[in-house]
Design a binder for this molecule. Sequence first.
Ligand SMILES: [Zn+2]
Length: 377
Amino acid sequence: MTNKIFKGKKLKKASIVLLTLGIFVFIACKSTKEKETDRTHQGVTTVITNVRIFDGYGMSGLTAVVIEDGLISEKTTGAIVIDGKGGFLMPGLIDAHAHPGTVKDLELSAERGVSSTFALSAPNEIKNQPGLTRIWSSHAYALGNVEDAQAFVANEAANGADYVKVIIEDPARMAPRTISREVLEGIVAAARRSGLRVAAHAVTVPTFRMAVQAGVDIIIHVPLEAVVPQSIVDNMARQGTAVVPTLVMMEAFANSPVHGYRSEDYKNAEDNVRMFLAAGVPVLAGSDSSTTPYVPKIHHGTGLHRELRLLVHAGMTPLEALKAATSVPAEIFGFTSVGALRPGRRADLILIDGHPDKDIEDTLNIKKVWFGGKEYN
Ligand SMILES: [Zn+2]
């Protein structure tokens, strides 16, 4: 069924392209050299051959991928041939939680193959940077400041938010400032009506419980102070609530005494991930990279690779970790134009020397990166 839809769209697109080209040739017989180049470039296909392909879901068994107009094509041959020399080709990585604040942050991400980053209230001036890591972001975020859930979500939607972000702090500790249960439920309901997913920051067991009971789609972080009770984990599995544990940040917190944790607390974070995996709760890779003062500094780009290693240490297979940074976050957040090497998706690609599907350490052996079909260098 998906294929049929795809073909229909493709045909429509192809006829539009043909029509546009026809009109162009008709009215611009004396085209300039520049335009001539543009025209010949249009529709030029690039094929990357001689590769082992992880398509976001698994090893596809294919040995070539064709890029056309910045997207993965269903064609099998291309005019420009790039020899992948037996390398490992996979979709660009998705960082399901990060805080890019500058173009430099995006460049660091791009160099490490991170093609999408899910941020919150990212500065407008760094969004939509051509040829760089793409930012998917909420417009603002809800703390205890929100009283009218409907108005908050309407404002997010009007400002082009890709999803809704809520910060739930421990009601016992931050009672007057934290978001109320009623407002949280109102936000979830309003977001659902607007077709937006809700991601909630929660770092303690009580806030996890509140997030799950309110029915948020994604929980960001994982408690360090204790393991989440099995009943909450079971509810998450039943509801399909996903988690972005940001182990790399939890590890950094556990190892920085100023935040009141002990290094052995990290075991709770890992045990939580083990419980989620055992229960079938979707676990997404996110680094929480930021340069925010007062929280441990996690580097953009390399932070996500560290997260992949920690997820494997917590019980994922390397292949599951790769899925947790590609197809799984794309589907959970509903951003299905990225995250997989399937026809019609954005041609965000990483060529790696090695076997990251077997040894996660290999993810940093990056040879080439493409964003929207354009090589990044
Ligand atoms: Zn964060």
